[in-house]
Design a protein around this ligand. Structure first.
Ligand SMILES: [Zn+2]
Length: 415
């Protein structure tokens, strides 16, 4: 992408340069579907990048000079102290600015009137001046049904079936940025869509990332003694049917979650783990009694997000480009203006689904088996691993071997 796209026709000597530059940059980022914009000052220029589908991409480099005002402009929009440049700051872009931008853009393009999402600006002092990151928040739920997430059909069905259960805990795991939160939010929306108001839905989050109408959402405040574990115990007196616990971080939380799940509540939560089998063993390592895991945990979904190849992708038979996958050909990324030369457009999840109440799995959980043993048992019981799902995705042609390696790493190999 050429820098021209952002400041073409703008005069850096003009007073209004920074304001115009920022508006164009933010509009372009929103149009492209970026999640963050990074403005990084260097000795003589301002480096602009944005994160598209989870990957940081260069947008352009601009000589410094008046352009240093660009970060100041963002600080003004977010109500930050412009004269404090030596400390990190953060704030939301103020409502007046957003309202104004909406009004202006609605005059020319009615569709873009609602397209300004909530934005948060954070600054950080560096040796070359302040660096700024703008983060976009979509605000309302993008996914209203589990089916829309894009998992393979069998995973979608298993997930939907488990949501009609009236007890048990469902753990969604993966590293940061693997889409766990999106999945649990879609699960809540799915329950709402199916049951209407027939079930009482409550959440404990840190932070609340999306507002879901019909769900009673709470932000925990550990400094006031209101953490996940105490929150779950207090919620028991609020007669809930479904409880979302933002994340399991300690033994107290997992014990509270399992107690709730064993006493007739459907518990949804997320956990930081590399695979479904690893999640089970790590929960056990936290000191949870095996029988509580065996009976309280219903299923674990381990997931990753893979970028979807753009229509400009090409077929290759080059062994080096197959990245060690047992295939004879694959689609690989090239790049065109439509995909901002990244070769990809959008992302889709892949997931491995491990049901605990299975004759091959339950005894292994009770016996405190290690991750490898559990993974082998799962394999024998016919579970499809993330790597197998990824390989199927390459075969289908919606993603590339390089993308799978980027996300799953090179250590993942075929036994
Ligand atoms: Zn393309």
């Amino acid at each position: 992408m050429k820098p021209m796209l952002i400041d073409g026709g703008l005069d850096p000597a003009d007073e209004a340069y920074a304001a115009q530059f920022v508006e164009r940059l933010l509009k372009a980022a929103i149009t492209a579907g970026a999640s963050d914009v990074h403005l990084q000052p260097q000795a003589d220029r301002l480096l602009v990048r944005w994160r598209l589908d989870g990957v940081l991409q260069p947008v352009g480099e601009f000589p410094r000079g008046r352009r240093a005002d660009v970060v100041t402009r963002l600080k003004v929009m977010a109500g930050l102290l412009t004269y404090r440049t030596e400390v990190p700051q953060e704030g939301r872009v103020r409502a007046e600015w957003l309202a104004n931008a909406k009004k202006e853009s609605s005059g020319t393009d009615p569709r873009s009137a609602d397209s300004w999402p909530e934005m948060r600006v954070s600054t950080f002092p560096t040796i070359h001046g302040e660096r700024a990151v703008v983060r976009f928040f979509s605000g309302k739920g993008r996914w209203e049904r589990v089916e829309q997430l894009g998992f393979d059909t069998d995973v979608t069905e298993a997930l939907c079936t488990s949501l009609s259960a009236t007890s048990g805990a469902l753990v969604v795991c993966g590293p940061a940025g693997s889409g766990k939160t999106t999945t649990v939010y879609a699960c809540l929306s799915e329950i709402l869509a199916r049951d209407g108001g027939a079930r009482s839905l409550v959440t404990l989050e840190d932070p609340v990332e999306q507002v879901l109408p019909g769900v009673s959402q709470s932000q925990i405040a550990p400094e006031a003694g209101f953490d996940f574990a105490t929150g779950v115990r207090s919620l028991m007196r609020q007669d809930p049917d479904v409880i979302l616990i933002g994340e399991i971080r300690d033994r107290a939380t997992v014990e509270a979650a399992l107690t709730a799940s064993l006493s007739g509540h459907l518990v949804l939560t997320t956990f930081h783990a590399g695979s479904a089998a690893e999640a089970v063993t790590r929960l056990a390592d936290m000191g949870v009694e095996p029988y509580a895991l065996r009976s309280g945990l219903r299923a674990v979904l381990s997931q990753r997000l893979l970028r979807i190849l753009c229509a400009c992708s090409q077929t290759t038979r080059e062994p080096a480009l197959l990245a060690g996958f047992p295939l004879t050909s694959a689609r690989i990324a090239t790049g065109c203006p439509d995909c901002y030369h990244s070769g990809y457009r959008g992302r889709r999840p892949i997931g491995e689904w491990l049901e605990i109440d299975h004759e091959g799995i339950a005894p292994a959980v009770l016996a405190r088996s290690d991750t490898e043993t559990l993974a082998r048992r799962a394999q024998a019981a016919g579970f499809t691993s993330l790597l197998e799902r990824a390989c199927q995705a390459i075969q289908t042609g919606w993603t590339s071997p390089q993308e799978v390696r980027r996300v799953l790493g090179w250590r993942a190999s075929w036994q």
